[in-house]
Write a new protein. Structure first.
Length: 198
């Protein structure tokens, strides 16, 4: 009976965490599609020196309008940002520096369930199908928490954004050398596995 109860609790916890992640509030991520579904594309399908759109998307905001945001954007791999644009009909100003965005919208953005905050034009420069990792984090300086992006709403409201770190847990978005549906694994030796059980 104890095993049955423990099994039920474990199953409930596992499925519960998945639902919480899917419905997380103020979730900020980078996506290759404007719907916030595709945070990974395969390098093998890209030609060298391709231009790629990368959308900064906010999901499930807890407020009605956005007046600006702060974040850092790091790129690990052969890609650079050559341009960016704001959503149609909304202009903004960047008070940051390269890799660090402190954005104020001239016309505040009305929020929906899924919102494109910016679209980056990325130049993929690899000639050998190399991977690229895109990471977002807090800005420097930060108005709230330097570890997380900050969302500014109403006249003086600030909240830290949750960051979607993709299927591998390390990159907000990635151009992958391997198929996107798989996560890279570490090779284990028999001795290293035995040491776990000593």
């Amino acid at each position: 009976m104890k095993k049955l109860i423990m099994s039920l609790i474990l199953v409930t916890l596992l499925f519960g965490f998945g639902q919480v992640f899917a419905q997380e509030d103020n979730l900020l991520g980078l996506y290759f599609d404007p719907y916030g579904d595709l945070d990974c594309i395969e390098a093998a399908g890209l030609a060298p020196f391709s231009m790629i759109d990368l959308h900064l998307i906010l999901k499930n905001p807890t407020f009605e309008v956005l007046r600006g945001f702060e974040m850092s954007l790091d790129i690990e791999g052969p890609a650079i940002i050559v341009d960016w644009e704001f959503p149609e009909g909304h202009d903004g100003l960047n008070f940051g520096y390269p890799g660090n965005f402190i954005i104020g919208y001239i016309d505040w953005l009305p929020m929906e369930e899924i919102n494109i905050l910016m679209t980056f034009s990325v130049l993929y420069m690899s000639t050998d199908s190399e991977g690229v990792c895109f990471l977002i984090g807090g800005s420097d300086p930060s108005s709230l928490d330097p570890l997380y992006p900050t969302l500014a709403y109403s006249d003086d409201g600030l909240v830290s954004a949750n960051v979607n770190n993709g299927i591998d847990g390390a990159c907000t978005a990635r151009i992958s050398e391997t198929p996107c549906s798989t996560v890279a694994t570490q090779s284990q030796t028999w001795d290293s596995l035995k040491s776990l059980y000593r």
